[in-house]
Design a protein around this ligand. Structure first.
Ligand code: AMP
Ligand code: ZN
Length: 435
């Protein structure tokens, strides 16, 4: 077993459990969760005919009803509370850009357990109490701020709550306090490193060693760029507010899939169309049941996130199941000329080309009756200054590669570095102007 496993004295013996032990613990916690959940107005209705004591095997979870984002919206604000509102000490809300909001509540026990989980993740990547940790994600309702913050403090790190944006100030903090570890949204990381360059600084000359990157889908190519530009090791971090926030699944030092903490969550992969379970290794929608939440347990939540279980055990020795990097959301897929396309397929191709800069945007438009895909691609300065022939060649190379991968001939606009709009939080990759 790797020496980066938390020792029992330190925090969590659950990290070290075998599959059999995890299985027993999950069954016990599932029954308890169902009991607790039934106290909420929503589950009092949907779980009315379920007796938790009848649950004898984990497979029986499939007989329970799903919970969807729509259910959470309908239950807004208090319909999922399993305890008196007076017992809650924290609220967060999902970043969902469409529709009405959803709110998540936490008891003191929930906040504490969540901090333990995040500390476990951070420790797994090699972060230690001696590290200085700068959190560059938005604070406020978004869980990436306080969630990572409490985890870092729990681990004992000096924690800098920098928040998102204001790159010049971020760089000053990173430098002045000799920050060694950061948490950052991948699209913002790429932007930050270009601000570094413009200020005549190289992030590789600083004290930085570990970046935790997550909150939005990103390809292996983006990770590689982040690592090369900054000299840090970058670890993928997955979470969602419906399951606390960050700390649901995290990469270990092997960087080969994210361990999903099965003492805290029961995971299924289903066919998003039929809702049926898929065989291990197949790509589908991740469904999660919280196993240790007191204030607001959630049963069989349809995350809409597409991933797969990675078969086999990890070289690190941990037996918690691994999920692959998130391919995108079931809702992200768009259909153009009858072809199903995920933005991630486009990203993988673009980001594998050295000439391509740090940002891109997919625009779906309609010309007459014909649907078109236009891809706006930022080009790195040194290539943008080349003559027209070189740029034309690059546009053709991108078009050809995309044709091969997605069978669609896009229009490619090459644009200058930093000319595409950037959001403070999660990146917007697709604009559908067909409607
Ligand atoms: P929120 O509840 O607002 O924090 O958003 C959670 C959603 O962000 C998840 O359901 C995913 O779609 C996305 N997300 C979070 N972490 C990752 C990650 N590491 N890779 C890809 N998508 C992620
Ligand atoms: Zn591992």
């Amino acid at each position: 077993m790797g020496t980066d496993m938390m020792t029992i004295e330190h925090l969590h013996q659950e990290e070290l459990l075998s599959r059999d032990e995890l299985h027993d613990l999950q069954l016990k916690r599932l029954r308890k969760t169902l009991k607790t959940a039934s106290a909420s107005p929503h589950y009092a209705r949907t779980l009315a005919c379920i007796d938790p004591e009848d649950i004898r095997s984990l497979d029986q979870v499939r007989d329970l009803p799903f919970t969807t984002k729509e259910d959470l919206r309908r239950g807004y604000p208090f319909g999922f509370l399993a305890r008196d509102p007076g017992q809650m000490i924290r609220m967060h809300a999902s970043s969902g850009t469409t529709g009405s909001p959803t709110a998540m509540f936490y008891t003191a026990g929930d906040v504490s357990f969540w901090a333990d989980l995040v500390a476990r993740c951070m420790h797994m990547t090699g972060i230690r109490a001696e590290d200085t940790f700068q959190n560059l994600s938005g604070y406020g309702l978004f869980t990436g701020g306080l969630g990572m913050h409490y985890g870092a403090e729990r681990l004992g790190c000096l924690t800098i709550p920098a928040g998102a944006g204001n790159s010049k100030r971020q760089i000053k903090l990173l430098k002045d306090f000799k920050v060694s570890c950061i948490h950052i949204i991948p699209s913002y990381a790429l932007h930050l490193f270009s601000v570094f360059r413009e200020s005549g600084l190289d992030p590789r000359d600083l004290n930085l060693r570990i970046a935790l990157i997550g909150a939005e889908p990103h390809s292996e190519e983006i990770r590689t760029r982040i690592e090369e530009l900054s000299g840090m090791k970058a670890y993928n971090s997955y979470g969602l507010s419906e399951m606390n926030g960050p700390g649901v699944a995290f990469e270990c030092r092997t960087q080969n899939g994210m361990h999903l903490w099965e003492d805290a969550f029961l995971a299924e992969i289903i066919d998003p169309k039929t809702g049926n379970p898929l065989p291990e290794g197949q790509l589908g929608e991740l469904v999660l049941t919280s196993l240790n939440r007191e204030g607001m347990p959630i049963v069989r939540y349809r995350t809409r996130d597409l991933t797969r279980f990675i078969p086999g055990t990890c070289a690190c020795g941990r037996e918690h199941i691994r999920i692959d990097r998130i391919m995108g959301r079931a809702d992200d897929m768009f259909i153009l000329k009858g072809v199903n396309i995920y933005p991630m397929q486009v990203e993988q191709i673009l980001m594998s080309m050295p000439e391509v800069g740090q940002n891109y945007l997919i625009v779906l438009e309609r010309e007459g009756f014909i649907d078109q895909m236009r891809i706006k691609v930022e080009v790195r300065d040194e290539f943008f200054e080349e003559d027209m022939r070189v740029l034309k060649g690059l546009a053709q190379k991108i078009t050809r590669s995309l044709q091969q991968e997605i069978l669609i001939t896009p229009k490619v606009d090459l644009v200058e570095h930093r000319s595409l709009p950037r959001t403070q939080g999660k990146a917007e990759r697709v604009q559908d102007r067909r409607k």
